[in-house]
Ligand binder design. Structure first.
Ligand SMILES: Cc1cc2nc3c(=O)[nH]c(=O)nc-3n(C[C@H](O)[C@H](O)[C@H](O)COP(=O)(O)OP(=O)(O)OC[C@H]3O[C@@H](n4cnc5c(N)ncnc54)[C@H](O)[C@@H]3O)c2cc1C
Length: 395
């Protein structure tokens, strides 16, 4: 039972969907956690998925039966058309479990495709993507350009009937499962971020495109390098207007940042529940930890910051659903606050559990390692702070 502060005024249907996602998490995802931890240890330096293929298929089937698929996919694309608020609530619930299950389709690339896909791209990519039949990754980061995305060096050069891609991408997530990639490349070196950077849909298996080495990380994510050597893509694979990828890219990143913040709520709720259980059950010097003020304050501070983060997530979700055109500031605020909140809470939770918190008998160390990347990916905290300050300083 999760005893959390509910946000006032949310529709009953949303709480109904939250209950379904909660049951899915408790009956399907949490029982897999031991297996996930053991597979992570035993796989060593291999990119074997932590959820075996057949178990993943079972989870997809269950999630589909429970109507958890396509929550924010518009009805005309075969989805439920419920909007991002529903997705955020469900993301929070499923991320109470450390089982790394992701509900397809991923909202960020979905939002970009909805906005820019041509009728042909809708058939080929958007529709199967919306149904969860195709997966994709974003290929933006390069060895010499991460935070400073306008400094990318990969190029797309005009050729008859299309474009020729050359360059290397790095840290690209989920390459094994992706069917296609949204690849960002420079089409005009003089203009760069002001009309010279474009997006291309590149299928796995396109000649001249190969997936390079795995990059081993401290978490379960094993991103890869991507290599483009004279990779020809026809004009029909350009996503959006040539030169103007940055605007939809910013929007896409805004969706991802809000998603990350929602995921952090789930991690943090789980950690507080673990802290509560430990505090009530562990007796030291003749009293449960729960009776110590130092412990109570750890829990109180965590509950307060979760409540604040949840209000931020709900705010940005409500604005996205209402069609507010620019939620970059709100999504930056929510992302920084929620990711840093998890870092603080996971450290408290580990401390409160003592030695057991440091072991793989508890899910805490898994969250500790895996949540760390969230302060770097999709814009490091410093980059978001810079944006938030600029927004305010420049009015
Ligand atoms: C697990 C994982 C998965 C990823 N998945 C993807 C993916 O699927 N697709 C993709 O394209 N990329 C992906 N990335 C890349 C990620 O988006 C970048 O790592 C991130 O944007 C930061 O870029 P960087 O690592 O090059 O750091 P840098 O840009 O080198 O920055 C390093 C640090 O310097 C500081 N810094 C930088 N600029 C400033 C500034 N102006 N002011 C103050 N401080 C600053 C920040 O603290 C920052 O963390 C992934 C990364 C990881 C770790």
């Amino acid at each position: 039972m999760v005893d959390r502060i509910q946000v006032y005024g949310l529709p009953e249907e949303l709480e109904f969907v939250r209950d379904i996602a909660r049951r899915f998490t408790e009956t399907e995802l949490m029982p897999l956690e031991k297996m996930v931890q053991e597979r992570e240890i035993s796989r060593g330096l291999s990119a074997e998925p932590l959820i075996p293929k057949e178990v993943h298929e079972h989870l997809d089937k269950k999630a589909r039966e429970l109507d958890l698929f396509g929550l924010d996919v518009p009805e005309e694309l075969g989805g439920q058309g419920l909007g991002f608020m529903y997705k955020a609530v469900v993301l929070e619930e499923i991320n109470r479990s450390i089982t790394p299950y992701r509900l397809p389709p991923e909202s960020p690339n979905l939002s970009w495709l909805i906005e820019e896909a041509t009728p042909e791209q809708t058939e080929k990519y958007l529709l199967p993507y919306s149904r969860g039949d195709k997966r994709s990754s974003l290929a933006l980061t390069e060895p010499n350009a991460g935070s400073d995305a306008a400094a990318i060096e990969a190029t797309a050069t005009r050729s008859e009937g299309g474009w020729v891609l050359n360059g290397t991408k790095t840290f690209i997530s989920r390459c094994d499962e992706a069917d296609f990639f949204i690849v960002i490349a420079v089409t005009d070196k003089a203009k760069r971020g002001r009309g010279g950077i474009s997006a291309f849909l590149v299928d796995k298996g396109t000649p001249g495109f190969k997936i390079g080495r795995y990059i081993w990380t401290m978490g379960y994510d094993t991103p890869s390098e991507l290599i483009f050597e004279d990779c020809f893509v026809p004009d029909s694979q350009v996503l959006g207007e040539i030169g103007w990828a940055f605007k939809p890219l910013q929007k896409r990143l805004g969706v991802r940042r809000s998603e990350i913040a929602a995921r952090c709520l789930g991690h943090a709720e789980r950690l507080v529940q673990l802290m509560v259980d430990q505090a009530n059950n562990r007796v030291t010097f003749g009293k449960p930890l729960a009776e110590r003020q130092a412990v109570q304050w750890m829990i109180a501070d965590s509950v307060m910051s979760i409540h604040a983060a949840r209000l931020m997530v709900m705010d940005v979700a409500a604005k996205m659903d209402a069609g507010v055109p620019d939620v970059r500031n709100e999504s930056s605020i929510a992302k920084v606050f929620a990711t840093e909140m998890v870092s603080t809470i996971v450290d408290r939770a580990l401390q409160l559990h003592g030695g057991i918190g440091y072991t793989k008998d508890s899910p805490i160390e898994f969250i500790y390692r895996n949540s760390r990347a969230l302060r770097i990916v999709e814009g490091a905290s410093e980059i978001h702070r810079r944006q938030i300050a600029r927004f305010r300083l420049q009015g």
